[in-house]
Design a protein around this ligand. Sequence first.
Ligand code: PMP
Length: 439
Amino acid sequence: PPVQTASDAPASAALLARASEVIPGGVNSPVRAFRAVGGTPRFMASGSGPWLTDADGKRYVDLICSWGPMILGHAHPDVLAAVTEAAAKGFSFGTPSENEVRLAEEIVARVEPVEQVRLVNSGTEATMSAIRLARGFTGRDVVVKFAGCYHGHVDALLASAGSGVATFALPDSAGVPRSSAGETIVLPYNDLPALEAAFAERGHEIAAVITEAAAGNMGVVPPAPGFTEGLLRITKAHGALLVSDEVMTGFRCSPSGFYGLEGPYAAGAPDLFTFGKVMGGGFPTAAFGGRADVMALLAPQGPVYQAGTLSGNPVASAAGLATLQGCTPAVYERLDVVSHAIADAVAAELSAASVPHTIQWAGSMFSVFFRDGAVSSYDDAKDQDTSAFRRFFHSMLSQGVHLPPSAFESWFVSASHDDEAVDHVIAALPAAARAAATP
Ligand code: PMP
């Protein structure tokens, strides 16, 4: 089908025009603008369970789920009740309060290596602070990240690979100082020899390696068997810290995140973790945490400064706590059932239409690459037919299924995706697969 035009979504188109006057690109986060797929981004008016309703009143089965947080579905009654109760008691105190303690306790209880956490407001803040803490702890400046992993828009983490294994990276964005990107080494994901080589050359300078526990920001690319063990072994051998970014995977892949699926590890545990998304239940709260001796360096106890006017916000903490408490075994079972039902049907229909595709998993998190063959690195992920995805996306959208508007994103489901929602997705697939097959 042709790219959806403004006439398919007149109210959204009008909102986009208004938004573009006062908000750059009309959006407050770039992927929402549909630049990768074209057409009019849908402005949502409401969400309930697995459904979103846009400004024109059209309904969609939501396969973004706010990029992960809405694991129980939109406006879940228990979370709504917790938020309402907390909000009635005040919105923000600028003093400590009990809800943040309860949320921190819940996180520490779930992820065994995490002894203490500090609450922040976004995943970006969590990774930024974890990096600062690792630098403060080790007295070193260099950070290693992997190509295709996204850790938020932190200067040092918005870096692209330079040429050669242990060369310092280049800024990935205007406005990132060369000096900042120059403290970062970018290596291919799932490539332990490259990491060994970088440490052999610069090990004494490296404060931390940061990795997504399972990559979800180039599509889903799980760590190869032994990769995480290797990261642990190499960082520990050189006195560097390992930061496991579970902003996306945390409390989604299992009650204790991807760590719960893959850990504990023979080579020890990641020193620091970052969390976001699910632990905020759709509200702006996130966390970083880990070893107590490392966390002890944070202000006010230690010399590493970190703070926030709204950190540990009582309403956001209530939403996060209610969401985590709502993540029962039945919820994880449902996520499995829903994601496999959808992925199996996608595979069947794309196969029937002879569209090359590969589906990859991290727990119940999955994504569809429009290519043949396994994806283990960002170079692999980039080698796919994004035009086929674009046609597939717009066919699904026109049939009332809202996929992530990029071929490089995980698809997210919720436990509220009932059979009606799943059937609606499956019914849309044959036409979308034919569209993908027809340039
Ligand atoms: N780390 C990971 C793994 C993420 O997926 C994201 C967001 N997609 C972030 C960090 C940044 O989180 P936020 O958007 O809340 O700043």
